[in-house]
Design a protein around this ligand. Sequence first.
Ligand code: S3P
Length: 176
Amino acid sequence: MNHDRIGKHILLIGLMGTGKTTVGRILAEELKRPLTDTDEAVERMAKQSIPTLFREEGEAGFRNRETRVLRDVLQYSPRIVTTGGGIVLREENRRLMAQAGWVAALEASAEELYQRLQGDQSRPLLQGDLRRRIVHLKRERESLYDFADVKLDTTGESPQETASRIILQWRRLSRG
Ligand code: S3P
């Protein structure tokens, strides 16, 4: 473990539905750190929703904005950074995150993701056959989350339980 990372950002990565945003909110409150969500920051800067951005600029346009936001956010004071599930697709983003902080990857079984994401209209990459989309994205991206410092399976767990486990690991690390 690179101890230089302590005092830097805590970043949450993982597929859609793994609970990054909710867990991030709990972490920010309990660790008394500011919180930035890259999806929210993209929407704020673009003054448009993610579905609209995908429609008008395509996925590539969204990814360009996402990288720009990530670069900016990592310049801020140490904080909790929650990310969109596809942020790991670019090698550049993976490198930036690994350099700038301690990265926790949240995971969940395909069935659990299906249960959590059913009925979701806000995620362009999940439209169509949800089960197939989840299985496809899981297969396609699984290895891209491997650079994380820690991986947590959130299947059957509440966001509070996941956040508590992250805090435990983080404090253990901070004590050296
Ligand atoms: C995406 C995940 C979404 C959002 C966009 C694309 C992805 O974020 O960035 O819809 O490619 O996995 P969440 O993981 O927060 O849902």
